[in-house]
Design a protein around this ligand. Structure first.
Ligand SMILES: [Zn+2]
Ligand SMILES: [Zn+2]
Length: 424
């Protein structure tokens, strides 16, 4: 293949990314129900000549791009589920399914995954190793990563490096966030069931009020972060749900509290849960009630390998300019943490906010949408990182791949285009 016409190549890539993303956006599917999405992905990957496996972790899809020669295996992971939200945007690609919406940008992730596969498939003869594209179901708290791992996605072949990215409206278009080490928190949830003794609301002295106990427990739990945890550590204890009572003049029998704990370090999780249990049982006892706690681990922290993060940061700098590569951490969680517990890798964020164009709503908002140009930066970055690992003659091939993934002239490689000055 002759050296590609850079402009032409980039121009053909962006419309394809947009068309795919908008098609998926119109027909969002919830976790473990992504059958149309999976069918579309499997069809495209087969057209590209990849070896495709479906039904991995229920609705997950795996595509193997085997290089001409042996080498490392790079896992590229893209999530594909939507959320149970009714979209409030009115565009020609608005969700056609009330109550379901791609409000996190996973439609863009699938489009980028297919774009990267099409880009790298053209270079199959130059690849030394294997690219393992995985399209994961049910990232939104339903355990999709775990389901794929349980179905053996980390074997045959076992990846040497794992990569994933998220379009991110917390970052302006043209920035990429790469963090060496912990990037997103470990997450767990808990339930406290407080039982008292119900009765007439006008005769509280004859009962034991679980609502009063719950109120004091919630207040007491606020001291864990401020008084039991090293102030240099990042942790969150949030009660997100209180359920009790049926009407205004009855003291109920029970109160239920549900909450979440976040930290980067599982030892802190253990300290926090020990304190929640101590406080809940003792405060409940002080009000004549009893508290029982149940905890469920959700996902481990997303911890990036410093070596892989270094490669991603350097290559992201080639795409958007070194000054647009930023560092940062989130207390949100991501089930990419399961893959990164097993395989060294990097999970990074592609800025997709463009407020003047209306792309400034947060993820999971009914008006969420992202600047589609961000997909070009995502494709260029991840394709180049993958090429770094599987192209034997690194300098020559990386350059060529970089040119394939290159941005049109309007996307300068040092000053990203279309970023209003107010956002830079
Ligand atoms: Zn989400
Ligand atoms: Zn997401």
């Amino acid at each position: 293949m002759a050296l590609l016409d850079v402009d032409k190549e980039a121009q053909t890539l962006l419309p394809q990314l947009v068309a795919t993303r908008r098609d998926l956006h119109r027909y969002p599917e919830l976790g473990f129900q992504e059958t149309r999405t999976a069918g579309l992905i499997a069809g495209r990957l087969r057209e590209l000549g990849l070896e495709v496996q479906t039904g991995v972790g229920q609705t997950g899809v795996v595509g193997l791009l085997e290089g001409a020669n042996p080498g490392p295996t790079v896992l590229l992971r893209f999530d594909m589920d939507a959320l149970p939200i009714t979209e409030a945007n009115e565009t020609d690609y608005t969700s056609q399914h009330p109550g379901r919406m791609h409000a996190c940008g996973h439609d863009g992730h699938v489009a980028m995954g297919l774009g990267i596969a099409s880009l790298l498939a053209r270079h199959q003869s130059e690849i030394n190793g294997t690219l393992k594209f995985i399209f994961q179901p049910a990232e939104e708290g339903l355990g999709g990563a775990f389901a794929m791992i349980a179905d053996g996605v980390l074997h045959n072949p076992r990846p040497d490096v794992a990569l994933a990215m998220h379009l991110w409206n917390e970052l302006p278009l043209g920035q990429i966030r790469v963090t060496a080490g912990p990037a997103m928190a470990a997450s767990s949830r808990f339930t406290l069931a407080i039982s008292g003794h119900g009765g007439h609301g006008a005769a509280p002295h004859k009962g034991r009020d679980p609502i009063l106990a719950a109120a004091h427990i919630i207040t007491a739990l606020q001291s864990i972060v401020s008084r039991n945890i090293d102030p240099l550590e990042s942790v969150v204890v949030t009660i997100g749900q209180i359920t009790s009572g049926t009407t205004f003049n009855v003291i109920p029998e029970t109160a239920l509290l549900k909450g979440t704990v976040r930290s980067y370090n599982m030892e802190l999780h253990r300290i926090i849960y020990r304190r929640i249990l101590e406080m809940a049982t003792n405060v409940a006892a002080a009000f004549g009630c009893e508290a029982v706690m149940e905890t469920v681990a959700i996902v481990p922290a997303v911890v990036n390998s410093p070596e892989v993060a270094g490669v991603v940061a350097a290559i992201a700098g080639q795409v958007v300019g070194p000054h647009n590569v930023v560092d940062g951490q989130e207390m949100a969680s991501e089930d990419m943490g399961h893959f990164l517990e097993e395989i060294p890798g990097c999970y990074f964020f592609i800025g997709s906010r463009n407020a003047p164009a209306g792309f400034h709503y947060p993820h999971h908002h009914p008006r969420f949408d992202f600047d589609e140009q961000a997909m070009v930066y995502g494709v260029a970055t991840m394709a180049r990182v993958a090429a770094y690992y599987v192209m034997g003659d690194f300098a020559r091939n990386w350059q060529r791949i970089a040119e394939d993934a290159a941005l049109p002239d309007s996307f300068s490689t040092t000053t990203p285009a279309n970023i209003p000055p107010s956002l830079t």
